[in-house]
Ligand binder design. Structure first.
Ligand SMILES: Cc1cc2nc3c(=O)[nH]c(=O)nc-3n(C[C@H](O)[C@@H](O)[C@H](O)COP(=O)(O)OP(=O)(O)OC[C@H]3O[C@@H](n4cnc5c(N)ncnc54)[C@H](O)[C@@H]3O)c2cc1C
Length: 488
């Protein structure tokens, strides 16, 4: 689409100083600071309420009966509104126009909205890293994040006897939330061995607040006598209408069963992956993050991407938790304010945020070093995945078809494997299966000259629209002439 073509598009056009995509902790922190300095700020989120994952708002009935489980989120949202930021919830940003700077969005009713700004802040967060196993499509099998939302946000449990599995510190708070609601957490299967005394773990002493949080979870789990099975992964889930048992295996030998336990729900997740589709669509350079193996946008300390008008903040810039997400949002706001020369940000404030950011980055590096790297895990899990396991649920593609395509017509190319097998072509665009597909491709077609090949997880290219949108949105964007033409 050229500039002329773009001008011919229909729908609302919004021009602002700053447009922020994502109303989670990172986007909200940036919005509050920028709007309070007088900048014209619009913050968009596809969800009906601001808050993102961590500050997701409880339903009104739940809040009335149980209170707000994260009241600081409510206060932050109130600050954003009071500062005068325009808040557009129910707005999905689904693409970028050909001019490379106009965001294409749709409002809650599906009407097109185009947005331009001098500064774009992408605070699009993360999604859960999943790896399939036989039976993962059974009702009752979910991700830990979903169970956490039900438990913490809606006071609803996903089952009565639950096993949590996968890897990463997030499994602990989810287990605690379930216990608070009376769920029997049968055990936690952790793929790594992070919970043991080690010199590296002593580094946590330098982060007393985080250590207290961790100790709180561990103590709660100990009181509830929840076993943590380390170096253990899910081999398969079984059940007729719903999961009724899970069989676990040793992480080093993922095809050999070690125990089977009865459950009515199973939550499996291997941490989070940054949501980088819009950043990549805007042409921002990405690099491979050493710890996760994922592609993350290249940014400077303030979150400024390889394009000077784009900032990537929060978990979209790399997984680091809620406090790091907020610090990154603030750092970007400081940089924008400095560039706009609207306000000299007090040196003490800049220093405080920069120091928090560095401290939290050190803590993230420490945590990452205690848990197995996703790329290494993938190299163990992918070759052991049974041939008939459904991997891409959107397009119903099994492991054997992906391996055969990768080894044959796709010649080891991830994207060609996607095109030929259709794995990753469905509505989720590979957010669910992409990690596994990358592992399956490399299990039959190692990258030539490997070495670093083992330490990177490849991602599918970003494609327009980044999420499914109604055809009516596109027709409305193209204008009445196109609709006439379409009917004829
Ligand atoms: C399912 C899930 C549950 C989690 N639960 C917890 C938890 O309980 N505790 C915890 O400590 N951490 C949790 N996390 C980690 C979490 O992401 C936090 O560290 C924190 O919320 C990160 O803040 P953020 O602002 O970077 O991103 P987020 O909070 O994820 O916010 C990003 C926002 O961007 C919006 N968005 C993304 N793409 C678009 C688009 N194209 N158009 C419009 N809007 C868009 C999303 O709707 C979302 O509201 C969870 C993560 C996930 C994926």
């Amino acid at each position: 689409m050229t500039a002329e073509r773009s001008a011919a598009l229909h729908g609302e056009v919004v021009e602002r100083d700053v447009v922020i995509v994502g109303g989670g902790p990172a986007g909200l922190s940036a919005a509050a600071r920028l709007a309070s300095a007088g900048l014209a700020v619009t913050i968009l989120d596809e969800q009906p309420e601001l808050g993102g994952q961590y500050y997701r708002r409880p339903a009104p009935a739940v809040a009335e009966q149980w209170g707000d489980h994260r009241p600081d989120g409510g206060r932050l949202i109130a600050r954003v509104r009071a500062a005068g930021a325009e808040c557009r919830t129910g707005h999905l940003v689904w693409g970028v126009d050909d001019d490379g700077r106009t965001l294409l969005a749709s409002d809650a009713a599906g009407h097109p909205v185009r947005l331009r700004a001098r500064h774009l802040v992408l605070a699009t967060g993360a999604f859960e890293r999943v790896f399939p196993f036989p039976g993962w499509q059974l009702p009752g099998v979910t991700t830990p994040g979903f169970a956490q939302h039900l438990a913490a946000g809606d006071h609803t449990t996903i089952g009565e006897r639950v096993v949590l599995a996968g890897s990463g510190p997030f499994l602990l708070p989810v287990a605690c939330s379930l216990i608070e609601l009376g769920v029997t957490v049968v055990g936690i299967a952790e793929a790594g061995r992070p919970y043991r005394p080690s010199l590296r773990a002593l580094g946590a002493l330098g982060h007393p607040a985080r250590l207290r949080e961790l100790a709180g979870y561990v103590a709660r789990l100990a009181r509830a006598r929840v076993p943590i099975w380390q170096e253990t992964v899910v081999l398969r889930a079984d059940g007729r209408d719903r999961v009724s048992s899970v069989t676990l295996a040793a992480a080093a030998r993922p095809a050999r069963p070690v125990r089977t336990v009865e459950v009515d729900a199973l939550c499996v997740g291997y941490g989070f992956r940054p949501q980088t589709d819009l950043a990549r669509m805007l042409g921002c350079a990405v690099r491979v993050d050493v710890a996760s193996g994922d592609a993350v946008p290249v940014t400077d300390a303030a979150g400024r991407a390889s394009r000077a008008d784009v900032y990537v903040v929060g978990e979209a810039a790399g997984i680091g938790g809620v406090h790091a997400a907020k610090a990154r949002g603030l750092a970007a706001a400081h940089d924008i304010l400095t560039r706009e020369v609207r306000e000299t940000v007090p040196v003490a404030e800049v220093r405080r945020v920069a120091s928090a950011r560095r401290r939290l980055a050190r803590f993230t590096a420490l945590t990452d070093s205690l848990y197995p790297g996703p790329a290494a895990l993938l190299a163990t899990l992918a070759p052991a995945l049974p041939a008939d396991t459904m991997v891409c649920r959107c397009e119903a593609v099994r492991a054997e078809e992906i391996r055969a395509t990768a080894a044959g017509s796709a010649d080891g190319d991830l994207n060609a494997t996607k095109a030929w097998s259709r794995a990753g072509m469905g509505p989720c665009q590979g957010r669910e299966c992409g990690f596994a597909v990358a592992g399956l491709v490399r299990s039959v077609a190692p990258r030539p000259g490997a070495g670093d090949g083992e330490s990177r997880v490849e991602v599918f290219p970003s494609r327009l629209p980044v999420r499914p949108i109604p055809l009516a949105t596109l027709l409305e964007l193209a204008g009445p002439d196109s609709q006439e033409g379409d009917r004829s």
